[in-house]
Structure formats: C-alpha cells, structure tokens
Write a protein that binds this ligand. Structure first.
Ligand code: MRU
Length: 367
C-alpha cells in the first residue's frame, strides 16, 4: 500500500473511550497485531516491553493509562462520603507514580504525568465539597485526549520547520524510529521527511537498523516503505561508509531528553553518528518537540540512561547469538554533546548552537 497523505499513515494507538487500542510494535513488520489495553498493568507492560515506544508516544500512552485506571477504580461511583477528594487524589498519584517507573530516560513521560497530576490536584481542590468520581474520571480522560491532540499538532509544526532543512533530491540518514509510531502525530525526524515528501521533494533515506531491538529495520523501514518513500536499510556500523562515499546530505534524528545546553539523549548509536557527521562535514540535526526539553538539567551528564535486559544483546530472534553467560552492557540511549548538533528543530523553529533552552522553557511547556 502506498500512502499519499498524512492521514493514512499508521498510528501507534487509538483511544476508544473505554480502552486504548495499541499496535504491538514488537510484532512489526510481519504482524500487525492490535492490543486492547484496559488497565494500568496492561499499559505499563506495553511501555516496558516497547510495544509502544518513542518518547512522545510513551507520554501520550501513559496519560491514557492514568485516565483508564482511575476510571476503572472509581469511575462508576457516584459522589459518596467515603470517597473524598483527598483519597481519590492519593490513588491517582499512585497510578502516575507506577507509570513514571516504567522507563527512565524519555522526559515526555514525566512531563505528561506532571500535567495529569496537576489537573488531578486542581479538580480535587476545586470540587472538594462535592467530589464526583465520574466527573473526575471524565476530566482526566479529556486531559489525556488533549495531550494526544497537542502532540499531533506539535509534530505537524515540527515537520514544517524540519522539511525546510531537506533540499530536493536529498539523501537523509536517520536512526531508530521517530515516525508516526513513535508519537501521537506524524513523527519528529521522520515527520520532517514525510512533510518534505508530501511537498513533492524527491528524497531518499538511509535507515539505520538500530541494534539491538531493530526499531530502524522493523519500524522505520516499514513506515517509509508503506509511505512510498525510497529507503535503504543499513546496519549501524555501515553509516561511516555511506558518509565516506558522500552519499549522505544530512542526518535527522529524534530525542528522548534534551538538556538546557543541547546535550541530547537519544537511541544508543546516535552519538557516533554525530561524531561521524562532524568528521565528514555532514549536517546533523535533532528534531523534537519542546515537550522533550528538560529545563531541570544544565547538561546531559545527569540524564538517567535506561539499561535493559542483557538478553536483548545476547539473543537474536529468540536464540542465543553469544555465550548465554557472557556479561553484557546494554544502555538503551546515549547522549550526544550539544556542540556536535548543527541545529535542534522544535515546533518553535530551528535553534542553533550554542544552545540555552532556559529562556525558551521559561515561556512554559506547551500547556
Ligand atoms: O527505546 P525507544 O524505541 O523508545 O527509543 C526511541 C528513540 O530513541 C527515539 O529516537 C526517540 O524517542 C524519539 S521518538 C520521536
């Protein structure tokens, strides 16, 4: 199937009112299996196992998870004296705390949970005298839907700015998956590529396979192929060779957390691309919404890097590809120094080094 408009692109999930219908990304590209998630436990499992992944998508899915769970627990209860606002709020914050513990690096998750907690706190205070759990659950659902819809708009705006960096005929290299399956909209780095394609620009993409979980091969290559955008899959270690051959005009990647000075945590294997880009004189851009900025961090040094199951490295397609007992180091992300980044594209425009996102962040996160 060749898609010709952004409305046709695959979506990570759809909100169904009483459940979240989620595409299991671990099964791609061979199987398109949709999961019906109805409670906190199922949403947490989906995030931990990377059935849904990508910083913005994790945040949106978690917001829906919080809304689902609070309604599952109290949503059918009419106002009653036993369930006061404080007890409801305490329970809601336990739910968001559980969601926060699923994955540590992508900051969007924490921003979304902060926002859901803030709204929950406001309604618990405002409605204290006559607290209605049904109405409270509806309000939390509304907020999750708003987060989703805002992320969709952020992606479109980023796509517009990002596409200006892509000349007609360009060859773009990307890493991991930053497309519609990683966000609530058309994507970030891949969103810029989709937008340029829809503008009629001819372009081609090198997709890094992205060891060890192959988000590039399984998801990015699939998304681009479905969209009819020419894509060539390479293993991560081939990036230097294609750059040395002069076959890459620019590199576009996403982000999981960006510190004030532009240091950027993204999928493991991103930093070597930035180093190579500097060596070969290839522009290297990070494309992400301001919801991926972390105002609390001066530099990337304090970003917590998730370490995942050693078997992700020791095994390939379920079989050991290394001695079963061998020690493994499996960080899921690395941090690219801001001074190796030619520009950071957000929905507000293209920011150039030296970065100082404090002023921008002082204007507030979107909502
Ligand atoms: O471990 P993942 O698949 O969640 O990692 C995803 C990435 O690193 C993406 O590049 C990043 O989240 C940006 S998604 C728009």
């Amino acid at each position: 199937m060749i898609n010709s408009s952004v409305t046709d692109i695959p979506r990570a999930f759809t909100w169904k009112g009483d459940h979240l219908l989620l595409l299991d990304q671990t099964r791609l590209p061979l199987h398109q299996e949709w999961l019906r998630l109805e409670n906190l436990e199922e949403v947490c499992e989906a995030i931990k196992m990377l059935r849904v992944r990508g910083a913005p998508a994790i945040g949106v899915a978690a917001a829906y998870g919080a809304a689902l769970e609070i309604r599952r627990i109290y949503g059918a209860e009419p106002a009653n004296a036993a369930l006061n606002a404080d007890r409801w709020l305490h329970r809601f914050r336990q739910i968001t705390a559980t969601l926060r513990s699923t994955r540590p690096t992508a900051v969007n998750l924490f921003h979304c949970m902060d926002r859901m907690d803030r709204i929950a706190g406001e309604i618990a205070l405002d409605w204290k005298d006559q607290f209605e759990p049904i109405r409270a659950a509806e309000r939390m659902e509304e907020e999750a839907i708003a987060i989703h819809s805002e992320d969709e708009n952020l992606c479109s705006a980023i796509g517009g700015f990002g596409s200006t960096l892509i000349p007609d005929g360009a060859s773009v290299l990307t890493h991991c998956n930053t497309g519609s399956l990683a966000t609530g909209g058309i994507g970030t780095a891949l969103g810029a590529i989709y937008t340029a394609h829809l503008q009629g620009k001819r372009l081609s993409v090198f997709a890094d396979e992205t060891r060890p979980l192959l988000q590039g091969g399984r998801i990015t290559a699939w998304e681009l192929f479905e969209a009819g955008i020419p894509v060539r899959l390479i293993t991560d270690s081939m990036a230097a060779s294609v750059m040395a051959r002069g076959e890459v005009d620019l590199i576009l990647v996403g982000a999981d957390r960006i510190a004030s000075n532009g240091d950027t945590a993204n999928k493991i294997g991103t930093m070597p691309l930035a180093v190579l880009a500097r060596h070969f004189g290839v522009p290297f851009y990070v494309v992400a919404p301001t919801t991926t900025l972390d105002p609390s961090m001066d530099s990337g040094a304090t970003i917590e890097i998730e370490e995942r199951d050693p078997d992700e490295v020791r095994k390939f397609q379920g079989n050991f590809s290394a001695p079963p007992e061998v020690e493994v180091f499996n960080p899921a992300f690395d941090v690219t120094p801001g001074d190796l980044i030619s520009g950071i594209v957000t929905e507000k425009g293209i920011h150039r080094p030296p970065y100082d996102f404090r002023a921008l962040m002082a204007q507030g996160q979107p909502k």
